[in-house]
Design a protein around this ligand. Structure first.
Ligand code: URA
Length: 239
């Protein structure tokens, strides 16, 4: 890291001020007055300003969890109507965590919780198109030709959805179970997509976000995300 950035990152002075400090000979690296304003600090270098060591802040440890949100819980940190929130389920966690994105009160399934604001921004930003997979139980017989409408994109009222992946999982006597992956997150999008195709959603569960799967995590329970799950969310967010 360039010396002026290193000094600024440690909170000693702005980069410009750091340049002035270097020019006036107040900065030493490994006990030698630094003459080179473009110096790149290397691991193990001792940097001093006015004889005091300049230390970088400890790398902050963030926390990442997968929660199985039950129906009836709101996805907020606090609810003005006093309804149960997802925070009520996150007992004994570290960090000031908050939900990444949201699920409707009557939707269950995978919700990511973290105290890492930059991660939350990257993963939930609409332009990053993280795939989100849902299983919906809909009223009536939902067939392949209707599945094709959802795959192609459907007008949900002033907005045409982008291509989705749709698989019919189970045909019940008067209901159909459908798996759907979307790459955007408009308000009530899945319910509105089925409504536009003429179907009412009776039950909706999110089973995956990118490569992170709900799996067998019990309803109301949570687990820590694995390092590779965090990395994979960040990697697919960069595309
Ligand atoms: N689409 C919905 O309609 N509801 C959700 O909670 C998530 C996606």
């Amino acid at each position: 890291m360039r010396i002026n950035k290193y000094i600024a990152a440690a909170g000693v002075a702005s980069r410009r001020k750091a340049d002035e400090m270097i020019a006036s000979g107040r900065v030493k690296v490994n006990n030698m007055v630094l003459r080179e304003p473009g110096y790149d600090v290397m691991e193990g270098d001792l940097v001093e300003v006015d004889g005091k060591p300049v230390l970088q802040p400890e790398g902050k440890q963030y926390h990442y969890y997968a929660l199985h949100k039950p129906v009836g819980y709101v996805t907020t940190v606090s609810d003005e109507k006093g309804r149960p929130t997802v925070m009520d389920l996150m007992t004994e966690v570290e960090g000031r965590i908050f939900p990444v994105g949201r699920l409707d009160i009557d939707t269950s399934g995978l919700l990511i919780m973290t105290d890492d604001g930059s991660f939350a921004y990257k993963v939930s930003h609409p332009k990053h198109e993280q795939g989100k997979t849902y299983v919906a139980r809909v009223q009536g017989t939902f067939n392949e030709s209707q599945a094709r409408w959802l795959r192609k994109g459907i007008d949900i009222g002033g907005f045409v959805t982008s291509p989705a992946e749709v698989t019919i999982l189970k045909e019940l006597p008067r209901q159909t179970v459908v798996e759907l992956t979307i790459h955007e997150g408009k308000y009530h999008q899945v319910r509105r997509m089925f409504k536009a195709a003429g179907f009412k959603v009776l039950e909706l569960q999110r089973i995956a976000i990118g490569d992170v799967r709900l799996g067998r995590l019990a309803e109301g329970h949570y687990r820590r995300l694995k390092r590779e799950e965090i990395d994979s969310l960040l990697k697919s967010s960069k595309k």
